[in-house]
Every structure is written in structure tokens, then in C-alpha cells.
Design a protein around this ligand. Structure first.
Ligand code: ZN
Length: 457
């Protein structure tokens, strides 16, 4: 059966690429300053594909923004497991259109890659789910798992209404596992399941000493400088290697399992690759040694100053500024709690204020980090299916960024396994110009999902 599935998918790839191309042609950018008609158009296109595939109970799940998530199902038997399949049909803006080598909304194949906005992130995820369903229906007849589809319409603009959709439709979406096909592989041809995501949060700090800026000749000396004070406060957050100095900040971190550590090690990340990818200046020393790069990215928190401001460079002069501002961003390691860590950061800074200056702190809404129990048998099954499909061992990897949806699914569906897969790779340039999908992995990804469905039936 495995070989039949592989053969049939291979023969159908031109059709799957056409289906993907027809979705790429719709500029479904879910940002308010773009025409939201296209998000509705792409929801309708997904709906039409679901109808054509013979799915049932097809419906729009509507968030307040009006950017529909599309739901559909293919139910076989209550005795079979139920898998919820997630992807999103909205996309990022094309960014600087002049930098695209091919039109962003015309899928264009060059060599083994398909270029176009949304090819990798995340319209390929939609087609992967549909194609795998097709295979499993053909091969297993009515004996495949129950499949439920939810294709979100506002992931790229922050999933503002998605929690409400999940809560309102918790019963409809009830499942034994979720596949979120919105991440990617560590490298081309390396099948990867992401098992952790970092969380994030940020605070906006303003420190003020006077009611208005003052002539520095007439006033500086007796009056403290908010810019220097804020820099000192910020510097107290970490040591010179970026290690966070707030007491008990890292108490709740869940350490990686032995299996995860081994997997990270086997990925062959070197300092050279990392420095090149990040454009790190040659003379600059990293905060961690080579063998801790991935651990630092995936399993440890970081604090960075994303903006700092006092006066402005164009108007720089002999002025004692009235105030200083900084936006301080945090990335949270698995186990940490966004609210607790944001509060601790704010309290720590408040305790460092010199000369009793006025401090105001605005906290942004954060996202919790994510981990899932990789001991569930579905992980092993998926890992085997992917290794078979890609003809390469499956890696458990982490991700330094956040996908709020992963946590939302867990909060709504209970502690079911959440499998984070996807078809991005280091060259895909998702969110940037010339986004592309590596077609051999597109095929392997479909095969992997079909084999997984077959293995749990
Ligand atoms: Zn995405």
C-alpha cells in the first residue's frame, strides 16, 4: 500500500501544484490596509476545493474581523481516531515588490522550486491536507481516520479572532490530535517535527525626570539624565553574555529531553552556518559556544531592546532630554509563563529606578511558549511516516518564534498531541520577497501525511 500511495501521489503532483497555484493567485493578505475581499475570495476557493473533494459539513467559522476560517470534515467511524488538520489561507504582503524576480501572485516554477507569495507559508499546507485525504480515501476506502479541516484566514495578521472561533466551536473541533502544517523542515530533505516554540512578550518603558527638555548648559549636573538612567536599568537585566539576571526568572523552564538533545546535536548546526545566515560581523563574538546555539535559540529565554529613544538624531543638540523610552522584548523558553515573566521584568526594572524618577510601563499582550508530549504514539507514527516519505531520519526540532495557535488548540482541545509540521525550509524566504516552496519536499510532505493516516487507521 505504501508504494501505491507514493506512486499515485507522484503521478498527481502536477494537479496538486495547479491547485496550489490557483490559491497563490489570490492575494489574500489579511492586513487591514489591503483589500479584504481577497481573503474572502481565498476562503471561497478553499471551500470550493473542499466541495470538490466531497467533504461534508463545510462552513465558514467567522471571527469579528470577517476573515473566515474554513471548516470541513471527512468522518469515517467513531471507532477511528479523529485528526484535526490546520493550515491558513491568508498571506503576508509581498513587501518590496521590485525585489521579486517573478510576480508574487503568479506561482512560477523555476528548477525544483515554486515561487510566489503563500507557496510555502502556508497554502502548501492546505493542499498537503487535501492531497493526503484523497490518497487515504482511495487506499483505505472508509477505513481511514476521521479528518477535520480548519483553514484559518487571519494567521498572518495575528490570529486575533481565532481563540474565539476555537472556543465557540470546541465541540465541532474535538479531536484526538492536531496537525499544524505551518512550520517547516530544518533543511531541504530533512523531515522535521517541531516540538517546542518559544513564547514572547514585550514592555514599553518611559522614564521621566523633567516636564520638558532643557538647555544642558543651564540645567545639566544637578538634574539626573533619564537616558543614562534607563541604559543602566536595561543593562542590569542581563550579563555581558546575555544571561538574564532577574532572580528566579528561569525557574519554570522545562529542560529538553534526552531524545530532543540528541536530535538537536545530529542537525549539524555550526557557528559558521549560523553566523553566515544571520550576517554576524566577523569580529563579533557570539553569546554562546557553537554547541549551545540551538539550545539558546529554542530552549532558553532572551531579552532584547528592540527600540531605544531619547531625543532624535536629526535634532541632536545640547539638550538634557526630559525622558527616555525603550521597548524591551522577551522570548520565553518552554515552561515559562508570559504573564509572570512580563510582570517580573517590569517589577525588576521599577526597582532599579535611580533618583526616584517617574517610570511608566505598558505591557503588551504576550504569547506563552509551547511544548507537547512527544511520548504519545502518534509522534512515533508520524516520525516513521516522515522518515519513510523523505527517505531520511526524522528530526525533532524547536522553533525560536511563536505561533499562538498551537497553545490555543491545546487550551481548547485538552492535552492532545499537537504535531507541528510544514514545508518551509531555510531557503523559502517566507514573509520576505521571492518566497518559494521546495517541490520535492512538497511531494514528500503529502506522502508523509498520507502514510501517517494509514498507520493510525
Ligand atoms: Zn504561516
Amino acid at each position: 500500500m505504501q508504494n501505491q500511495i507514493k506512486k499515485d501521489i507522484h503521478e498527481n503532483m502536477p494537479r496538486y501544484i495547479d491547485m496550489l497555484s490557483s490559491l497563490v493567485a489570490i492575494p489574500s493578505i489579511s492586513f487591514d490596509n489591503f483589500d479584504q475581499k481577497y481573503v474572502l475570495d481565498s476562503a471561497n476557493a478553499v471551500k470550493a476545493m473542499f466541495e470538490k473533494a466531497g467533504l461534508t459539513n463545510i462552513q465558514f467559522l467567522m471571527p469579528p474581523s470577517g476573515r473566515p476560517s474554513v471548516y470541513a470534515e471527512s468522518l469515517t467511524s467513531p471507532d477511528k481516531p479523529t485528526i484535526l488538520l490546520y493550515a491558513h489561507h491568508d498571506v503576508q504582503p509581498p513587501m518590496r515588490e521590485a525585489l521579486w524576480d517573478t510576480p508574487p501572485f503568479t506561482a512560477t516554477q523555476k528548477g525544483d522550486r515554486l515561487f510566489g507569495r503563500g507557496t510555502a507559508d502556508d497554502k502548501a499546507g492546505i493542499i498537503t491536507h487535501l492531497a493526503a485525504l484523497e490518497q487515504v480515501r482511495r487506499e483505505l476506502k472508509g477505513n481511514g481516520p476521521n479528518l477535520k479541516f480548519i483553514i484559518e484566514g487571519e494567521e498572518e495578521s495575528g490570529s486575533a479572532g481565532f481563540e474565539r472561533i476555537l472556543t465557540e466551536h470546541a465541540e465541532l473541533l474535538k479531536s484526538d490530535a492536531v496537525i499544524i502544517a505551518d512550520l517547516g523542515n530544518f533543511a531541504k530533505g530533512t523531515p522535521s517535527i517541531t516540538t517546542t516554540l518559544r513564547g514572547m512578550s514585550a514592555i514599553n518603558v518611559t522614564l521621566r525626570a523633567t516636564k520638558a527638555p532643557l538647555h544642558s548648559g543651564s540645567w545639566s549636573g544637578p538634574i539626573p539624565d533619564p537616558a543614562q538612567a534607563l541604559c543602566r536599568m536595561i543593562a542590569s537585566l542581563t550579563d555581558k553574555d546575555g544571561k538574564i539576571l532577574i532572580p528566579h526568572y528561569e525557574d519554570d523552564i522545562i529542560p529538553p529531553t534526552k531524545e530532543e538533545l540528541e536530535s538537536y546535536k545530529s542537525l549539524g548546526m555550526t557557528e559558521e552556518i549560523f553566523r553566515n545566515d544571520g550576517g554576524v560581523l566577523e569580529q563579533v563574538k557570539l553569546n554562546v559556544p557553537e554547541d549551545e546555539i540551538l539550545l539558546s535559540l529554542w530552549r532558553r529565554p532572551s531579552i532584547i531592546v528592540s527600540t531605544i529613544e531619547s531625543g532624535s538624531r536629526v535634532n541632536a543638540g545640547n539638550v538634557l532630554q526630559d525622558s527616555a523610552y525603550a521597548r524591551i522584548g522577551i522570548r520565553l523558553a518552554p515552561g515559562m509563563d508570559a504573564v509572570r515573566c512580563t510582570d517580573m521584568l517590569a517589577d525588576f526594572l521599577k526597582a532599579q529606578v535611580p533618583n526616584n524618577m517617574e517610570i511608566t510601563i505598558d505591557k503588551e499582550d504576550g504569547a506563552n511558549p509551547f511544548t507537547t508530549d512527544t511520548n504519545h504514539p502518534f509522534f512515533k507514527k508520524m516520525s516513521e511516516a516522515m522518515a519513510d516519505a523523505y527517505a531520511s531520519p526524522t528530526k525533532f526540532i524547536g522553533c525560536g518564534a511563536s505561533i499562538p495557535g498551537a497553545e490555543l488548540f491545546r487550551n481548547t482541545l485538552g492535552n492532545v498531541p499537537i504535531l507541528l509540521t510544514g514545508l518551509e525550509d531555510p531557503e523559502c524566504n517566507a514573509h520576505g520577497e521571492n518566497e518559494s516552496l521546495y517541490l520535492p519536499d512538497f511531494e514528500s510532505g503529502i506522502v508523509a501525511e498520507a502514510l501517517f493516516f494509514a498507520s493510525i487507521s
